[in-house]
Ligand binder design. Sequence first.
Ligand code: UFG
Length: 329
Amino acid sequence: MKVLVVGGAGYIGSHCVRQLVAAGHEPVVVDNLVFGHRQAVAPEIPFYTDHLGNVDAMRKILAEEKIELVMHFAAFAYVGESVEKPLKYYDNNFIATLRLLEAMLTEGVKKFVFSSTCATYGVPPSLPIVETMPQAPINPYGQTKLDVENALKALAHSDGLSFAAFRYFNAAGAATDGSIGEDHNPETHLIPLVIDAAMGKRENIKIFGTDYDTPDGTCLRDYVHVDDLSRAHIAVFDKLGTPGTGCFYNLGTGTPYSVREVIEAVEKVSGKKVNIVEVERRAGDPPALYADSSKAKNGLGWKVEFDSVEKIVETAWAWHSSHPNGFSD
Ligand code: UFG
Protein backbone atom coordinates (compact mmCIF):
# COMPACT_ATOMS: atom_id res chain seq x y z
CA MET A 1 0.00 0.00 0.00
CA LYS A 2 1.13 3.58 -0.69
CA VAL A 3 1.26 5.23 2.73
CA LEU A 4 1.92 8.89 3.58
CA VAL A 5 3.82 9.06 6.87
CA VAL A 6 3.40 12.53 8.34
CA GLY A 7 6.18 13.10 10.87
CA GLY A 8 8.07 10.21 9.31
CA ALA A 9 11.47 11.65 10.27
CA GLY A 10 10.58 11.76 13.97
CA TYR A 11 11.25 9.13 16.60
CA ILE A 12 8.24 6.82 16.22
CA GLY A 13 7.49 7.79 12.61
CA SER A 14 10.97 6.86 11.37
CA HIS A 15 10.77 3.43 12.98
CA CYS A 16 7.36 2.93 11.41
CA VAL A 17 8.71 3.85 7.97
CA ARG A 18 11.25 1.03 8.28
CA GLN A 19 8.57 -1.43 9.39
CA LEU A 20 6.40 -0.41 6.43
CA VAL A 21 9.24 -1.14 4.01
CA ALA A 22 9.92 -4.48 5.75
CA ALA A 23 6.23 -5.40 5.35
CA GLY A 24 6.31 -4.62 1.61
CA HIS A 25 4.50 -1.25 1.69
CA GLU A 26 5.59 1.98 -0.01
CA PRO A 27 6.00 4.86 2.46
CA VAL A 28 6.23 8.49 1.42
CA VAL A 29 7.42 10.87 4.15
CA VAL A 30 6.33 14.40 5.01
CA ASP A 31 8.21 16.13 7.81
CA ASN A 32 8.95 19.80 8.43
CA LEU A 33 12.18 18.79 10.22
CA VAL A 34 11.49 20.95 13.27
CA PHE A 35 12.03 17.88 15.46
CA GLY A 36 12.57 15.22 12.81
CA HIS A 37 15.95 14.20 11.37
CA ARG A 38 16.45 13.79 7.63
CA GLN A 39 19.07 11.09 8.36
CA ALA A 40 16.41 8.97 10.11
CA VAL A 41 14.82 8.19 6.74
CA ALA A 42 16.56 6.16 4.04
CA PRO A 43 17.53 8.37 1.05
CA GLU A 44 15.54 6.29 -1.45
CA ILE A 45 12.22 7.01 0.27
CA PRO A 46 10.27 9.94 -1.24
CA PHE A 47 10.63 12.85 1.21
CA TYR A 48 8.82 16.19 1.38
CA THR A 49 9.89 18.95 3.77
CA ASP A 50 6.48 20.48 4.39
CA HIS A 51 4.12 21.33 7.22
CA LEU A 52 1.05 19.14 7.66
CA GLY A 53 -1.13 22.24 8.03
CA ASN A 54 -0.35 23.40 4.49
CA VAL A 55 -3.49 22.15 2.73
CA ASP A 56 -2.29 22.92 -0.82
CA ALA A 57 1.04 21.15 -0.29
CA MET A 58 -0.64 18.13 1.31
CA ARG A 59 -3.25 17.90 -1.45
CA LYS A 60 -0.54 17.94 -4.09
CA ILE A 61 1.46 15.19 -2.40
CA LEU A 62 -1.63 13.03 -1.78
CA ALA A 63 -2.66 13.33 -5.43
CA GLU A 64 0.73 13.05 -7.12
CA GLU A 65 1.92 10.15 -4.96
CA LYS A 66 -1.45 8.37 -5.25
CA ILE A 67 -1.62 7.92 -1.47
CA GLU A 68 -4.11 5.36 -0.13
CA LEU A 69 -3.62 5.77 3.62
CA VAL A 70 -2.16 8.44 5.91
CA MET A 71 -0.33 7.83 9.19
CA HIS A 72 0.08 10.87 11.39
CA PHE A 73 2.94 11.07 13.92
CA ALA A 74 3.75 14.78 13.76
CA ALA A 75 3.01 16.41 17.09
CA PHE A 76 4.60 18.45 19.82
CA ALA A 77 4.83 16.11 22.80
CA TYR A 78 6.31 17.95 25.78
CA VAL A 79 3.64 17.76 28.46
CA GLY A 80 5.17 20.52 30.61
CA GLU A 81 5.55 22.88 27.65
CA SER A 82 1.93 22.27 26.67
CA VAL A 83 0.88 23.71 30.04
CA GLU A 84 3.07 26.80 29.48
CA LYS A 85 2.23 27.29 25.79
CA PRO A 86 -1.17 25.76 25.08
CA LEU A 87 -1.71 27.75 21.87
CA LYS A 88 1.36 26.15 20.32
CA TYR A 89 -0.12 22.72 21.08
CA TYR A 90 -3.65 23.51 19.91
CA ASP A 91 -2.24 25.04 16.71
CA ASN A 92 0.08 22.21 15.78
CA ASN A 93 -1.53 19.12 17.28
CA PHE A 94 -5.18 19.98 16.70
CA ILE A 95 -5.69 22.74 14.10
CA ALA A 96 -2.93 21.53 11.74
CA THR A 97 -4.28 17.96 12.02
CA LEU A 98 -7.71 19.24 10.96
CA ARG A 99 -6.06 20.85 7.92
CA LEU A 100 -4.38 17.55 7.06
CA LEU A 101 -7.73 15.77 7.32
CA GLU A 102 -9.30 18.47 5.13
CA ALA A 103 -6.64 17.87 2.47
CA MET A 104 -7.22 14.12 2.67
CA LEU A 105 -10.99 14.30 2.36
CA THR A 106 -10.73 16.78 -0.53
CA GLU A 107 -8.50 14.31 -2.36
CA GLY A 108 -10.71 11.33 -1.44
CA VAL A 109 -8.12 9.67 0.83
CA LYS A 110 -10.17 8.20 3.67
CA LYS A 111 -7.91 5.86 5.61
CA PHE A 112 -6.13 7.35 8.62
CA VAL A 113 -3.94 6.01 11.43
CA PHE A 114 -3.44 8.43 14.31
CA SER A 115 -0.88 8.56 17.14
CA SER A 116 -2.82 9.23 20.31
CA THR A 117 -1.64 8.86 23.88
CA CYS A 118 -2.38 7.46 27.31
CA ALA A 119 -2.27 11.12 28.38
CA THR A 120 -5.90 11.32 27.15
CA TYR A 121 -6.91 9.30 30.24
CA GLY A 122 -5.50 11.77 32.77
CA VAL A 123 -5.37 10.08 36.17
CA PRO A 124 -7.17 6.75 35.62
CA PRO A 125 -9.78 5.58 38.15
CA SER A 126 -8.23 2.08 38.20
CA LEU A 127 -5.43 0.05 36.63
CA PRO A 128 -4.64 -1.36 34.16
CA ILE A 129 -6.21 1.14 31.78
CA VAL A 130 -8.77 -0.17 29.28
CA GLU A 131 -9.98 1.79 26.26
CA THR A 132 -13.49 2.25 27.65
CA MET A 133 -12.31 4.19 30.71
CA PRO A 134 -13.24 7.88 30.90
CA GLN A 135 -10.84 10.23 29.14
CA ALA A 136 -10.06 13.30 31.23
CA PRO A 137 -6.68 14.75 30.23
CA ILE A 138 -4.86 16.85 32.82
CA ASN A 139 -2.77 18.88 30.36
CA PRO A 140 -3.23 20.58 26.96
CA TYR A 141 -1.05 17.94 25.24
CA GLY A 142 -3.47 15.15 26.19
CA GLN A 143 -6.43 17.41 25.45
CA THR A 144 -5.28 18.16 21.89
CA LYS A 145 -4.93 14.43 21.21
CA LEU A 146 -8.39 13.78 22.61
CA ASP A 147 -9.79 16.65 20.51
CA VAL A 148 -8.40 14.96 17.39
CA GLU A 149 -9.89 11.60 18.47
CA ASN A 150 -13.30 13.29 18.72
CA ALA A 151 -12.88 15.00 15.34
CA LEU A 152 -12.09 11.62 13.79
CA LYS A 153 -15.35 10.15 15.13
CA ALA A 154 -17.29 13.08 13.65
CA LEU A 155 -15.55 12.76 10.27
CA ALA A 156 -16.18 9.01 10.15
CA HIS A 157 -19.87 9.83 10.51
CA SER A 158 -19.97 12.81 8.13
CA ASP A 159 -17.42 11.86 5.45
CA GLY A 160 -16.92 8.12 5.68
CA LEU A 161 -13.41 8.41 7.14
CA SER A 162 -12.06 5.05 8.31
CA PHE A 163 -9.53 5.43 11.13
CA ALA A 164 -7.56 3.81 13.92
CA ALA A 165 -6.17 5.76 16.87
CA PHE A 166 -3.44 4.22 19.00
CA ARG A 167 -3.04 5.38 22.58
CA TYR A 168 0.65 4.90 23.25
CA PHE A 169 2.06 4.33 26.68
CA ASN A 170 5.80 5.12 27.10
CA ALA A 171 7.50 4.66 23.73
CA ALA A 172 11.13 3.62 24.17
CA GLY A 173 14.03 1.73 22.59
CA ALA A 174 15.63 1.85 19.16
CA ALA A 175 15.93 -0.16 15.96
CA THR A 176 17.71 -3.46 16.70
CA ASP A 177 20.46 -2.76 14.16
CA GLY A 178 21.36 0.43 16.04
CA SER A 179 20.91 2.61 12.93
CA ILE A 180 18.10 4.85 14.19
CA GLY A 181 16.85 5.73 17.64
CA GLU A 182 15.68 8.46 19.96
CA ASP A 183 17.19 11.93 19.45
CA HIS A 184 15.11 14.65 21.09
CA ASN A 185 16.31 18.15 21.79
CA PRO A 186 15.67 18.83 24.59
CA GLU A 187 15.48 15.29 25.94
CA THR A 188 13.07 14.82 28.84
CA HIS A 189 12.38 11.08 28.78
CA LEU A 190 13.64 8.81 31.49
CA ILE A 191 15.45 6.04 29.57
CA PRO A 192 17.66 8.27 27.36
CA LEU A 193 18.46 10.49 30.34
CA VAL A 194 19.55 7.53 32.49
CA ILE A 195 21.64 6.27 29.57
CA ASP A 196 23.28 9.72 29.31
CA ALA A 197 24.13 9.46 33.01
CA ALA A 198 25.59 5.97 32.51
CA MET A 199 27.67 7.29 29.60
CA GLY A 200 29.00 10.14 31.74
CA LYS A 201 27.22 12.80 29.62
CA ARG A 202 25.22 13.86 32.69
CA GLU A 203 26.39 13.91 36.27
CA ASN A 204 23.32 12.16 37.60
CA ILE A 205 19.72 11.21 37.09
CA LYS A 206 17.10 12.97 39.14
CA ILE A 207 14.24 10.84 40.44
CA PHE A 208 11.12 13.00 40.44
CA GLY A 209 9.39 11.93 43.65
CA THR A 210 10.06 8.98 45.94
CA ASP A 211 6.91 9.25 48.08
CA TYR A 212 4.32 7.92 45.64
CA ASP A 213 1.94 5.18 46.79
CA THR A 214 3.80 2.57 44.72
CA PRO A 215 5.95 -0.40 45.84
CA ASP A 216 9.23 1.56 45.86
CA GLY A 217 7.77 5.07 46.08
CA THR A 218 8.61 6.05 42.48
CA CYS A 219 6.23 6.34 39.50
CA LEU A 220 5.17 3.28 37.53
CA ARG A 221 5.06 3.42 33.73
CA ASP A 222 4.49 0.99 30.87
CA TYR A 223 7.51 1.12 28.52
CA VAL A 224 6.77 -0.22 25.04
CA HIS A 225 9.32 -0.72 22.27
CA VAL A 226 9.04 1.64 19.31
CA ASP A 227 9.16 -1.28 16.83
CA ASP A 228 6.33 -3.03 18.68
CA LEU A 229 4.31 0.18 18.42
CA SER A 230 5.11 0.42 14.71
CA ARG A 231 3.98 -3.12 13.97
CA ALA A 232 0.52 -2.40 15.40
CA HIS A 233 0.12 0.44 12.88
CA ILE A 234 0.55 -2.00 10.03
CA ALA A 235 -1.51 -4.79 11.60
CA VAL A 236 -4.49 -2.42 11.67
CA PHE A 237 -4.61 -1.91 7.88
CA ASP A 238 -7.09 -4.78 7.50
CA LYS A 239 -9.53 -2.97 9.80
CA LEU A 240 -9.60 0.13 7.63
CA GLY A 241 -11.61 -1.29 4.77
CA THR A 242 -15.08 -0.14 5.84
CA PRO A 243 -15.84 3.57 5.34
CA GLY A 244 -17.24 5.36 8.37
CA THR A 245 -15.66 3.16 11.03
CA GLY A 246 -13.08 3.91 13.69
CA CYS A 247 -11.29 2.07 16.46
CA PHE A 248 -9.12 2.95 19.45
CA TYR A 249 -6.38 0.77 20.89
CA ASN A 250 -4.08 1.01 23.88
CA LEU A 251 -0.51 0.04 23.09
CA GLY A 252 1.55 -0.99 26.09
CA THR A 253 3.11 -4.18 27.37
CA GLY A 254 0.90 -4.21 30.47
CA THR A 255 3.91 -4.58 32.78
CA PRO A 256 4.64 -1.54 34.95
CA TYR A 257 8.20 -0.58 35.89
CA SER A 258 9.20 1.96 38.52
CA VAL A 259 11.72 4.72 37.91
CA ARG A 260 14.17 2.86 40.15
CA GLU A 261 13.69 -0.36 38.16
CA VAL A 262 14.42 1.49 34.91
CA ILE A 263 17.63 2.89 36.41
CA GLU A 264 18.63 -0.63 37.55
CA ALA A 265 17.95 -2.00 34.05
CA VAL A 266 20.25 0.64 32.52
CA GLU A 267 22.95 -0.13 35.09
CA LYS A 268 22.70 -3.84 34.31
CA VAL A 269 22.76 -3.43 30.53
CA SER A 270 25.55 -0.83 30.52
CA GLY A 271 27.61 -2.27 33.37
CA LYS A 272 27.91 1.31 34.73
CA LYS A 273 26.74 2.79 38.01
CA VAL A 274 24.47 5.81 37.80
CA ASN A 275 24.43 8.63 40.36
CA ILE A 276 20.92 9.21 41.66
CA VAL A 277 19.57 12.45 43.11
CA GLU A 278 16.13 12.27 44.68
CA VAL A 279 14.10 15.46 44.12
CA GLU A 280 10.52 16.67 44.44
CA ARG A 281 7.71 15.25 42.35
CA ARG A 282 7.38 16.65 38.81
CA ALA A 283 4.08 18.51 38.41
CA GLY A 284 1.46 16.59 36.48
CA ASP A 285 2.96 13.09 36.81
CA PRO A 286 0.29 10.47 37.56
CA PRO A 287 1.64 7.87 40.06
CA ALA A 288 1.00 4.88 37.80
CA LEU A 289 0.00 4.34 34.17
CA TYR A 290 -0.10 0.95 32.54
CA ALA A 291 -2.17 -0.60 29.82
CA ASP A 292 -4.54 -3.41 29.27
CA SER A 293 -3.78 -4.00 25.58
CA SER A 294 -6.02 -7.05 25.16
CA LYS A 295 -8.00 -5.27 22.48
CA ALA A 296 -4.94 -4.85 20.23
CA LYS A 297 -3.70 -8.34 21.04
CA ASN A 298 -7.02 -10.07 20.35
CA GLY A 299 -8.29 -7.78 17.60
CA LEU A 300 -5.09 -7.20 15.63
CA GLY A 301 -3.04 -10.23 16.61
CA TRP A 302 -0.55 -7.72 18.05
CA LYS A 303 2.31 -9.35 19.94
CA VAL A 304 4.86 -7.60 22.11
CA GLU A 305 8.30 -8.77 21.09
CA PHE A 306 10.22 -6.66 23.64
CA ASP A 307 8.51 -7.95 26.77
CA SER A 308 10.84 -6.55 29.44
CA VAL A 309 12.29 -3.13 30.06
CA GLU A 310 15.76 -4.68 29.99
CA LYS A 311 15.26 -5.83 26.37
CA ILE A 312 14.07 -2.35 25.45
CA VAL A 313 17.02 -0.71 27.22
CA GLU A 314 19.46 -3.02 25.39
CA THR A 315 18.33 -1.55 22.05
CA ALA A 316 18.42 2.02 23.38
CA TRP A 317 21.90 1.47 24.83
CA ALA A 318 23.17 0.14 21.48
CA TRP A 319 21.87 3.25 19.70
CA HIS A 320 23.07 5.84 22.23
CA SER A 321 26.49 4.30 22.72
CA SER A 322 27.12 4.18 18.96
CA HIS A 323 25.58 7.67 18.41
CA PRO A 324 26.47 9.73 21.51
CA ASN A 325 25.42 12.89 19.64
CA GLY A 326 22.34 11.33 18.05
CA PHE A 327 21.96 11.87 14.31
CA SER A 328 24.82 14.41 14.33
CA ASP A 329 27.31 11.51 14.55
N1 UFG B 1 11.42 10.78 35.40
C1 UFG B 1 12.36 10.98 36.41
N2 UFG B 1 13.47 11.70 36.09
C2 UFG B 1 13.69 12.23 34.85
C3 UFG B 1 12.73 12.01 33.83
C4 UFG B 1 11.60 11.29 34.15
O1 UFG B 1 12.20 10.55 37.54
O2 UFG B 1 14.73 12.89 34.66
C5 UFG B 1 10.24 9.98 35.71
C6 UFG B 1 8.95 10.74 35.51
O3 UFG B 1 8.62 11.44 36.68
C7 UFG B 1 7.99 9.59 35.17
C8 UFG B 1 8.86 8.56 34.49
O4 UFG B 1 10.20 8.90 34.82
O5 UFG B 1 7.51 9.04 36.37
C9 UFG B 1 8.72 8.58 32.98
O6 UFG B 1 8.88 9.92 32.54
P1 UFG B 1 9.02 10.30 31.00
O7 UFG B 1 9.23 11.78 30.97
O8 UFG B 1 10.02 9.43 30.35
O9 UFG B 1 7.63 9.90 30.38
P2 UFG B 1 6.15 10.36 30.83
O10 UFG B 1 5.53 9.16 31.47
O11 UFG B 1 6.14 11.62 31.59
O12 UFG B 1 5.57 10.74 29.42
C10 UFG B 1 4.97 9.79 28.60
C11 UFG B 1 5.05 10.25 27.14
C12 UFG B 1 4.22 11.47 26.94
C13 UFG B 1 2.83 11.22 27.45
C14 UFG B 1 2.87 10.82 28.90
C15 UFG B 1 1.51 10.53 29.45
O13 UFG B 1 6.38 10.51 26.79
O14 UFG B 1 4.18 11.78 25.57
O15 UFG B 1 3.65 9.64 29.02
O16 UFG B 1 1.53 10.69 30.85
F1 UFG B 1 2.07 12.32 27.35
